[in-house]
Design a protein around this ligand. Structure first.
Ligand code: RTP
Ligand code: MG
Length: 142
């Protein structure tokens, strides 16, 4: 088992529903620590850059429009196998296919408004963390 970091976003739909705390609680109960966090209202440029891997996909415009529709929490989670552990807690991209008890099953409306983002590999975690945070903004526990 390896200690990892992953980039998590609480998306505009979940912030608007006032369930930031309930979502954070799932991470904490699973043993993941929040080692960096901030609230941002992403610009179009920030959202396009963040999701650049999807820029040729037909849903890209809707994705960027949604991600800029309201404030988000961007954060770094740290813990054992944090990347996979976070993806397990999130559930499937489409909340209709997400396992009961996952964040998306419990809080998401649709494949667009799906409550949370999580890095999908060590390479994307490194890129996505650096996209939003300087090293000096990450505060691991001693
Ligand atoms: P995320 O990146 O947000 O954590 O989600 P994910 O890995 O589960 O899904 P990904 O394939 O990376 O897609 C990014 C976001 O784009 C939207 N999407 N829409 N209409 C569609 O077919 C479709 N596919 C993906 C979702 O909002 C997804 O979270
Ligand atoms: Mg993804």
């Amino acid at each position: 088992m390896a200690t990892e970091r992953t980039l998590s976003i609480i998306k505009p739909d979940a912030v608007a529903k006032n369930v930031i705390g309930e979502i954070e609680s799932r991470f904490e109960k699973a043993g993941l620590q929040i080692v960096a966090a901030k609230m941002l209202h992403l610009s179009q440029e920030q959202a396009e850059g963040f999701y650049a891997e999807h820029k040729e996909r037909p849903f890209f415009g809707d994705l960027v429009g949604f991600m800029t529709s309201g404030p988000v929490i961007v954060q770094v989670l740290e813990g054992e196998n944090a990347i996979a552990a976070n993806r397990d807690l999130m559930g499937a991209t489409n909340p209709k296919e997400a396992e009961p008890g996952t964040i998306r099953a419990d809080f998401a409306q649709s494949i667009d408004a799906n409550a949370v983002h999580g890095s999908d590999s060590p390479e994307s975690a490194a890129r996505e963390i650096a996209y939003f945070f300087q090293d000096s903004e990450i505060c691991p526990r001693g």
